[in-house]
Design a binder for this molecule. Sequence first.
Ligand code: MMA
Ligand code: CA
Length: 310
Amino acid sequence: MSSENPGYWEPPPKRCCCARRGPQLVLVGLLSTAMWAGMLTLLLLWHWETEKNLKQLGDTAIQNVSHVSKDLQRYQSNQLAQKSQDSELSQNLNRLQENFINVKSQNSEFSQSLNSLQEDLINIRSQGLNEKRTASDSLEKLQEEVAKLWMEMLISKGVACSTCPENWLNFQQKCYYFGKGSKQWIQARFTCSDLEGRLVSIHSQEEQDFLMRHTNKQDSWIGLRDLDVEGEFVWMDGSPVGYSNWNPGEPNNAGQGEDCVMMRGSGQWNDAYCRSYLDAWVCEQLATCEEASAPVASVSPTGPTPKNGS
Ligand code: MMA
Ligand code: CA
């Protein structure tokens, strides 16, 4: 109702263009439909693409998982192998340790055996040396015995056996050298050896008297000593003491030990310290016979070795 025209009804304006709006609406509908269709298509496309990607991702994930599981399996089997190797190694180590202990004990046994073998060898060697010495002493004695027998045989046939080297004096079947100059017993002994004789062995009063006549009352070393067994005197020719001419109270092994015998100026014997110096000594050797076809009596150059250097 209008305020300018009260009581007058003006009919509403007639709708115009109703016939023109229909195709517009159709067009709009078509357009929106097409839009929707396009959007749907896009959505579908997007969906497919996403699905495809997802599928690819899934495949890749499956492949990766299978790789990882394979790796894991390989790792596990490696670990198992490593474990068995470890146990083998530790067994080997144990065996080695046992072997080492065995070898060690064997080694100590072996070294003990070696030591006892060495001891045996040393014993056998010294035994051998002793036997050799005894044998050579016996041989010398035998040779001398043979020479003496031969000499006696010749003498019984009327052959003279009294030839001596220059500066040696003959008495019976022996020759004597009366040495002068300060010497210990051992030095006198080696000097006699150098002269192809040995320190004198005295077996009778006659021999003792002969020596007395030529020593000019000088203390002289003679070939008697108890070097091997104390109190057991042995002559350098290997014989034990038969005839003797000890000074009263001798032998007494006085002081630091007396193992070598001297003939005093009086002619009587005394055991004395071997390292004492005397100014005289007497050597002997067998005399030679006129006919020189006899076996040669070789007098020991050194005689049996003394038990020590005194
Ligand atoms: C010395 C020495 C000994 C000997 C006595 C005798 C003091 O020692 O020559 O061998 O037995 O004299 O009294
Ligand atoms: Ca004495």
